[in-house]
Design a binder for this molecule. Structure first.
Ligand SMILES: [Cu+2]
Length: 503
């Protein structure tokens, strides 16, 4: 296979893409029952959660190779990729009994959900690993509505790449009025010659470049599915990027959907003004797609992140009688979640500086020369980096404030008082994209490259382009130790890791 991870992303389409509140366009799909064999896999058991929900991780097979030539051995939650769709109502108590039938330790992390610390699923930080044959009960209240997901948080580059992920949907008390709803888990698979999942994980080249990119993109385990839609239909599409490393630049084929939520939380509904929507690992995006009442033919959604290496995502085939004669006019505005508003005047200020990887030196130099990185802070970081040199144990491809938090055992990146507001300046002084994910909280993205964001969106995973700097703000209202790491899993492995401590 070509070495995809050395390629540079398309610049012309989204050079400043992340600028004002995100990007995009939109949309999505799912399918009518039975229309695409297997397309609904993993969605079949989407029943309301009642009592204890069992989620078991175990080896399985999945037909992800186009044409159904042969089943691929995978690891799966409840036997399917994606795993069972968990759907609850906002405010509901969730109780999941996780059983590990793998041959190695595992866990479940509830990505984006503001759970109690002991339920966060991070072995070594919030719980013991769940050993083979053991169970662990996860209990939390689903206080925020939105689109979330679950996956292991140990040996993640391997366990996610092998298929361990599923969606958690928390419904609003009053769901939006739409004709249908799709839940799309978008993945990227690196397969070997015989269709097996390439068993080499954390390869040095992947760690230092763009991560483990694959050559087969699927939605809900199906490559480029055909999905039937009707003229005039209004569809809510909940998208989740479950890939280890692939950032998608989604071209919505002129559908111009409205973005209504990011990382589960409502944003002012708007049609993103860039030609593609940048969608990084760990992120979620909810769109309202209105199929034009006079549409015919098909809308082919395409990933355009790399020029010349486009990935087909899905074909929305228009068929049937129009649902309505004009575009639906019902509200697209979601009710706010009960998130604490940071006090920006009195907030503690922290900095996170990401460096390293291939070709990062020039970016760091540029940011220093242009004053984006404070000289005093850089001095502290350099001192720390030097004191680290003797301790390096093979990681340290990437650094966070001069540290390798994945290995250095120097404790939290920073600590906060309970209820304290914090503004963090996050600087990507590398030549690569990084989606930075904070556990247990949502933060507002206040600015990018010094410019206020248009929508001040709440996120738990903020994508930073090379040389980009963002300010995020949150209230440390959830006590415990919380991971703060790059969601390109090979980057985390290589040092883009760490945690913060809330008293
Ligand atoms: Cu990264």
């Amino acid at each position: 296979m070509k070495n995809l991870s050395t390629l540079r992303p398309s610049r012309r389409r989204f050079l400043q893409t992340l600028g004002a509140g995100g990007v995009t366009a939109a949309a999505l799909s799912t399918t009518l029952p039975g229309m695409i064999p297997g397309f609904g896999r993993g969605m079949a058991n989407a029943a309301e959660t009642v009592g204890v929900q069992q989620v078991t991780a175990a080896p399985a097979t999945a037909r992800i190779i186009p044409g159904g030539a042969m089943p691929t051995p995978v690891w799966a939650f409840n036997g399917t990729v994606p795993g069972s769709l968990l759907r609850v109502k906002q405010g509901e108590d969730v109780h999941v009994r996780f059983e590990n039938q793998l041959a190695e330790p595992s866990s479940i992390h509830w990505h984006g959900v503001r759970v109690p610390n002991a339920m966060d699923g991070v072995p070594g930080l919030t719980q013991k690993p769940v050993a083979p044959g053991d169970t662990f009960d996860y209990r939390f209240n689903a206080r925020d509505a939105g689109t979330y997901w679950y996956h292991p948080h140990i040996n993640s580059p391997t366990q996610l790449a092998r298929g361990l992920y599923g969606a958690l949907i928390v419904e609003e008390a009053e769901p939006l009025s739409v004709d249908r709803e799709f839940v799309w888990l978008i993945d990227d698979w690196r397969l070997g010659e015989n269709g097996e999942i390439d068993p080499v994980f954390n390869a040095g080249h992947d760690v230092g470049h763009a991560g483990r990119l694959g050559g087969l993109v699927t939605i809900n385990g199906v490559a480029n599915p055909d999905i039937s839609v009707r003229p005039g239909e209004r569809i809510r599409v909940r998208m989740i990027n479950t890939a280890n490393a692939r950032v998608f630049a989604i071209d919505f084929a002129g559908l111009a959907p409205h973005l209504i939520a990011l990382d589960g939380h409502p944003v002012t509904p708007h049609v993103p003004d860039l030609p593609v929507f940048l969608f990084a690992p760990g992120m979620r995006a909810d769109f309202i797609v209105d199929v034009p009442p006079d549409a015919s033919g098909q809308f082919s959604l395409i990933d355009r992140f790399y020029d010349g290496l486009e990935n087909p995502l899905a074909n929305l085939r228009v068929a049937g009688d129009p649902v309505r004669s004009d575009v639906a006019q019902t509200s697209m505005t979601l009710p706010d979640n009960p998130l604490p508003e940071p006090d920006l005047q009195n907030a503690r200020r922290e900095q996170l500086l990401y460096t390293g990887g291939m070709m990062g030196g020039g970016v760091l130099r540029h940011l220093v020369e242009t004053g984006k990185i404070d000289a005093g802070f850089l001095g502290e970081v350099r001192g720390m980096a030097q004191s680290m040199m003797g301790m390096m144990t093979g990681g340290g491809i990437w650094m966070v404030n001069g540290r390798d938090p994945e290995r250095d055992e120097l404790g939290p990146l920073f600590s906060l008082g309970r209820g304290e507001s914090c503004v963090v300046t996050v600087t990507n002084a590398t030549a690569w994209y990084h989606p930075i994910h904070l556990h247990g909280h949502a933060f507002r993205v206040l600015s990018r490259n010094g410019q206020p964001t248009r929508y001040q969106e709440w996120q738990d995973t903020v994508l930073l382009a090379p040389a980009e700097q963002a300010e995020i703000a949150f209230v440390a209202d959830n006590p415990g130790d919380w991971m703060l790491h790059c969601h390109i899993l090979e980057h985390k492995f290589g040092g883009m890791s760490g945690f913060i401590r809330t008293a």
